[in-house]
Design a protein around this ligand. Structure first.
Ligand code: FES
Length: 164
């Protein structure tokens, strides 16, 4: 891969956004832009294919492994295609004590999906995640980049119904 490959994969707007991030760091610290660059790439392409991570690495002039390390560590990155809506259900302590297991079971019973799975119609992907720092609103989940707190099964039903 070369620096010229990423602009072939992403829109000029996405490349502009990545360049804006790169301007924030010295030239010898381009690696610092890896999280925003991967986020921008994923937002545009839906997930991070190996080819995408390699192109991001080449663009930032860092080893491929530096992109893989970040993409495989953070739960907001996906290395596989996902549903139109990604639902991240927190099952960490506060949310667990407040009923997240019941919500997880609801996904299984009503949509037939467990964490890591996508509905057959490609509408919803469910992810199980660690604390999203909204413990005061437990149990909670995130749809896309929007938090939904103080949930119960009824509220979850209405929330999911709205996702087309
Ligand atoms: S434990 Fe769920 S947001 Fe903190």
């Amino acid at each position: 891969m070369s620096k010229a490959d990423l602009p072939q994969l992403l829109s000029s707007k996405a490349i502009e956004q990545i360049n804006d991030w790169l301007k924030k760091y010295p030239d010898n610290r381009r690696r610092a832009a890896v999280i925003p660059a991967l986020t921008i790439a994923q937002d545009e392409l839906g997930y991070l294919a190996r080819e995408t991570m390699d192109a991001v690495a080449a663009y930032l002039e860092i080893p491929n492994i530096a992109a893989y390390e970040v993409a495989t560590f953070y739960s907001m990155f996906s290395l596989e295609p996902r549903g139109r809506h990604v639902v991240s259900l927190c099952t960490n302590v506060s949310c667990m004590l407040a009923g997240s297991e019941e919500l997880k079971q609801w996904f299984k019973d009503e949509l037939g999906i467990a964490p890591g799975e996508t509905t057959q119609d490609g509408r919803i992907t469910l992810k199980e995640v660690e604390c999203l720092a909204a413990c005061g609103g437990a149990p909670m989940l995130e749809v896309g980049k929007q938090y939904h707190e103080n949930l119960n099964v009824e509220k979850l039903f209405h929330l999911i119904k709205e996702l087309t």
